[in-house]
Design a binder for this molecule. Structure first.
Ligand code: FAD
Length: 434
């Protein structure tokens, strides 16, 4: 199904193509996919959702998904591995379901985008042309942001903020298990914007849940580069009630910003120069859009991609739609739910021109972020957004937060929310991979 690309030249992709400038030969699909070709880069929350939605609703379009990993490890529910409530296999998903729906899945990395020529070059060699491109490559970590923190130090102080092959989250769990009795678990949390605003605080809850049983005199220090966080009241209530004073959250104004780490000596160093001894460390560095989006010239100075809020077309390139964490989403959180919800609008907008079918003239984007705060306790925040001018805005009086109050009164509600969270995870991953 991968066509010759007569408009593609070796010059368009610089030296990358080299001797392998020929287009790739891949197995063909038998369906009458004559209307055009949609290429999707990244098989995570945005990309897999887009591929499945396009394959089901636009059988006349050839859909190709390019993703280097042969299976996808979700970040959502990764924190539950730390809490002992899930194992890696529970959060690992195959691409076979998408293949069965007729999506051509290529396990490779897109090395370069030629937006003017409507083609992408693959790291493994060869090129693919497209009529429309959807890019959902997620985030990259800013290795330059915290002195001493890079890929090597991340083996000692894992970030566990990108699913990858699952090794980061399992290493973090191993570090937790290896803590000495009464030891210190420390987390460095970035300023906004970053992937999954409530994620660090759910992680603190799950770490506390584990330590309360396995190492009850341990201490958790949460160093934050901000002054406040998502669902703060709900988290702090749960921490006080379930874990006593085990978790200490340190905001930026109380010297919470970590600026240097020393993995060999087991140290976190704060902005005002204080050294903290750490037995198990989790560094979540500042982030920006994944390299492919930045290197294609789509990103702003902060490293995120500005998009049209009704179509997700990148402002810097026609026919390239950028969804998921990589884009500038205004008040919308960088969440899997938003990636999934916006993926559908992006597909409809991108394929309107290709198929002659209508676009949605009043798109709506949904988000619910559940967080597990204890063994069977969940809390959530819900919001609905619409395009607003050149950005997005929350729909007035939509959404809300779980109620606050003691577990004696709200235990049933919290247990129900934990079950809703499990159902959310099952349904969103089915909407991506089944
Ligand atoms: P991803 O899902 O990361 O997918 C990007 C994919 O692109 C990757 O598979 C990558 O391999 C691929 N890729 C990158 N570069 C290239 C390239 N050059 N060529 C080809 N492929 C490429 N969200 C929720 O809604 N609910 C939750 O409960 C929740 N919990 C979370 C908990 C944690 C600990 C974390 C870290 C995140 C959580 N999130 C949650 C956020 C969610 O994981 C992200 O918002 C979501 O993954 C974003 O989707 P995406 O498609 O932008 O990126």
């Amino acid at each position: 199904m991968i066509r010759q690309t007569p408009h593609l030249t070796r010059r368009a992709f610089g030296s990358l193509l080299g001797a392998s400038a020929a287009t790739i030969a891949a197995p063909g699909l038998l369906r009458a996919q004559t209307a055009g070709r949609l290429v999707i880069v990244g098989g995570g929350f945005g990309g897999a959702s887009a591929a499945r939605f396009a394959a089901i609703n636009y059988p006349e379009v050839a859909v190709t998904l390019i993703e280097p990993q042969t299976s996808f490890v979700t970040c959502p529910y990764g924190n539950l591995i730390l809490g002992g409530k899930r194992v890696l296999a529970d959060i690992t998903h195959s691409y076979d379901g998408l293949r069965a729906r007729g999506v051509e899945v290529i396990h490779d990395r897109v090395a370069e985008i030629d937006a003017a020529g409507h083609a992408v070059a693959l790291a493994g060699g060869g090129t693919l042309d497209y009529d429309k491109l959807i890019l959902s490559p997620g985030i990259a970590l800013r290795w330059d942001a915290i002195e001493g923190y890079g890929p090597e130090a991340a083996e000692v102080f894992p970030h566990a903020w990108i699913g990858g092959d699952g090794s980061q989250i399992t290493t973090l769990r191993a570090r937790l298990e290896a803590m000495p009795e009464g030891g210190v678990f420390a987390m460095s949390i970035p300023d906004n914007p970053f992937r999954c605003p409530p994620g660090p605080y759910e992680r603190l809850s799950m770490v506390a849940h584990y330590l309360k049983q396995a190492n009850p005199t341990a201490k958790i220090l949460a160093f934050d580069a901000k002054e406040g966080f998502s669902k703060q009241g709900l988290f702090e209530d749960a921490w006080a009630e379930l874990y006593g004073d085990m978790i200490e959250w340190v905001p930026a104004s109380a010297d919470g910003r970590i600026v240097r780490v020393d993995a060999a000596r087991g140290l976190f160093v704060s902005e005002f120069g204080e050294e903290h001894r750490v037995d198990a460390g989790n560094v979540i560095p500042p982030q920006y859009a994944a390299a492919i989006a930045r290197e294609a010239g789509l990103a702003n100075d902060a490293g995120w991609v500005p998009v049209d809020p009704a179509t997700f077309e990148a402002l810097a390139a026609r026919d390239v739609h950028v969804i998921g964490d990589a884009n500038v989403a205004g008040p919308m959180p960088k969440s899997g739910y938003i990636a999934n919800s916006t993926a559908k609008t992006a597909v409809v907008a991108a394929l309107a021109e290709v198929t002659g079918r209508p676009a949605w003239d009043d798109p709506v984007y949904f988000n619910t972020c559940y967080s597990h705060v204890g063994q069977d306790y969940g809390v959530s925040v819900v919001a609905i957004f619409r395009p607003s001018g050149d950005s997005f805005a929350a729909v007035p009086d939509s959404g809300g937060l779980s109620p606050r109050g003691p577990l004696a009164e709200l235990g049933r509600n919290r247990r129900l929310e934990a079950r809703h969270a499990d159902a959310w995870y099952d349904s969103i991953t089915a909407d991506m991979f089944s």
